[in-house]
Design a protein around this ligand. Sequence first.
Ligand code: FE
Length: 332
Amino acid sequence: MKNFKLRFLFAAFAALAANAWSEEVVVYSARNEQLIKPLFDAYTRQTGVQVKFVTDKEGPLMERLKAEGANTPADALITVDAGNLWQAANMGLLQPVHSKVLQANIPAHLRDPQNQWFGLSVRARTIFFNTQKLKPAVLSTYEDLADPKWKGKLCLRTSKKVYNQSLVAMMIEEHGEAKAESIVKGWVANLATDVFADDTKMMEAVAAGQCEVGIGNTYYYGRLMEKKPTLPLAIFWANQAGKGVHVNVSGAGVTKHAKNPAGAQKLIEWLSTDKAQNLFTDLDLEYPANPAIKADARLQAWGPFKQNLINVTKAGEAQAAAVRLMDRAGYK
Ligand code: FE
């Protein structure tokens, strides 16, 4: 009898626990399905927790979260660029998460000081050059690309892209607005041609010799070189004698009105751990945010680099000033 009671209690407890463990998590993701689905599938296999997700561009997703308010089904938001994550926090769409796991796994400069979001992958925005036109020894910094010696030799992506807004925001943080503005003006004066709609087109123009040098994210370079490995195009790690390469993140936060905040936190914590870090970064050729995890071999072949350790939150804080500055400087 006693044995029966115990068994009954145990069964009831197990059922309860299974229920709690399998409670689904709903994610709004600005990362596309092919990048996140393998990840969520792995999470479900490992934990039994189902992950439902909706993918869209970050703007519409944030507007949707805002419009849904307390009725949102979303427990977590995943998006790229600290500028976007900062925007989400600023719109009141996220809530602070106090997690020892995330504090330990994610370096301080890659997460929100208020703990509303956490970087999960690192995206390096650096200099690319045509290997037939110049030697890397003549390259040094983003700032140097404003020097008149680069007149007619520089290609840039449009200032409308948040990646460039974040880069300029970080330059405002480092140099102050006046100096940052003179650098951006110098870039504009050195442009070989109109700004490009995306990083890949900019890199193709550098490789084609339309210009000699440009600024872009390394994962676009990785994808392009996989398709066209003979292009005369190489990475130069910028500002290595100074503050380091401008890095940004893709990351995640728990939504303000999450129905399952604990489940969302567990998922984000899992994303910061070894196996998930590689799943999260390798598919898109990004760097793990967790410094204990090795980057994909293809990325390691590009060599090590020093990251700028300014907190990526600054990219959001100075974003509006960066947009105004680029407008004044005539950067289209
Ligand atoms: Fe991108």
